[in-house]
Design a protein around this ligand. Structure first.
Ligand SMILES: [Fe+2]
Length: 348
């Protein structure tokens, strides 16, 4: 327990030096039109796959000898960052990809993409955004220190098992500090605080006096959104819109209310990847809405009779939405539609 307090004191000390603790800058765009030049979607997919690979590597070496190399992770996150700068909607659409077998890897990369997007929204500069992304990718790396039997335990955890689980934020932070790399204190702080709630509850239990750093709060929003929209063995997935509602319900208690609002502004009421029913069939939202309440950029994938059709661009008014489907249940993989979307939409 003394070790935990020492680690908390150390991270509190370094995180006090990061800018923006406790306040959010809305929103200096630092993209120029030249930055928005479309790049091939394949580059984005390559960055995604590299990030999965980096995470597989880190997990393997953590299990083998309790430490890992930071460089491949930083490189992978830099790739995701560069690609998502030029193709922001594409990266949000790609972040809806799921894997049941490799849940943790896909979830962590998705959380990274979403955290980078939030960070950009609130004007965090690249120098800090990359370590935030690294922290998001590695947020659960401390789970390699938790016995597998506990991680996969299907029922309610007893006190001992729960204790084993709750060490993962500090184990992750320690491993990141040991690995080093540019801005690694930021990454360690994000991992350390990813289960700390905005109101001071959550774990590790350090102090209710100090809120988690704003970077950690951003990652918590990204982490939660992706987790809710993903099917697990013990619960079904929820729609993107439902996940936004859950964040909204927790705004001010579990989550930073300003960041929740920012996230909803960024994603729109029907975020990219939403599968929507309307009179004309079934459509998948493929881009962020440019104005609140404005028409949704979608691809029509089913006709009114329920037959699959070749995806075609369809501008859908939100008032025409009759229902939302769960991607998995409907047999539609939104991320697979990426290549069918007009390049111009993907950079918006
Ligand atoms: Fe976690």
């Amino acid at each position: 327990d003394q070790d935990l307090l020492d680690l908390a004191a150390f991270l509190a000390n370094v995180s006090g030096d990061f800018p923006a603790d406790g306040s959010i800058l809305l929103n200096e765009r630092y993209l120029t039109p030249e930055d928005l030049e479309a790049t091939p979607t394949s580059e984005l997919r390559r960055s995604y796959v590299s990030s999965l690979d980096a995470l597989r590597g880190v997990t393997g070496s953590m299990r083998a000898d309790g430490k890992f190399e930071m460089a491949p992770v930083v490189q992978a996150v830099e790739g995701l960052f560069e690609q998502s700068m030029t193709q922001s909607s594409a990266s949000l659409l790609l972040s809806t990809v799921k894997s049941h077998d490799e849940y943790t890897y896909y979830h962590s990369v998705n959380a990274c993409i979403l955290a980078l997007a939030i960070g950009r929204m609130i004007g965090i500069e690249r120098e800090h955004l990359i370590p935030i992304g690294v922290g998001a990718v590695l947020h659960d790396i401390g789970k390699t220190a938790v016995p597998t039997a506990t991680l996969n335990y299907p029922g309610r955890l007893d006190e001992e098992q729960w204790k084993e689980i709750t060490v993962h934020p500090q184990e992750g932070a320690l491993a990141i500090l040991a690995a080093g790399g540019p801005g690694h204190e930021i990454s360690a702080t994000v991992a350390f605080e990813h289960h700390a709630r905005f109101d001071g509850a959550g774990y590790p239990k350090i102090s209710r006096q100090k809120r988690p750093h704003v970077y950690s709060r951003a990652v918590a929003v990204a982490d939660t959104y992706d987790a809710i929209t993903t099917r697990r063995s013990y619960r079904r997935a929820e729609t993107p819109n439902h996940a936004l509602n859950a964040l909204l319900m927790g705004a001010g208690s579990g989550y930073d209310p300003d960041l929740v609002r920012t996230f909803i502004d960024m994603m729109g009421i029907y975020p990219p990847g939403s599968v929507l029913e309307h009179d004309g069939g079934v459509a998948v939202v493929v881009s962020r809405t440019s104005e609140p309440g404005g028409p949704l950029d979608t691809l029509l994938v089913r006709d009114p009779q329920g037959n699959d059709i070749d995806p075609e661009p369809f501008s859908l008014h939100p008032d025409s939405v009759r229902g939302q489907l769960l991607a998995q249940d409907s047999g539609i993989d939104p991320a697979a539609l990426l290549e069918s979307v007009d390049q111009e939409l993907l950079s918006s």
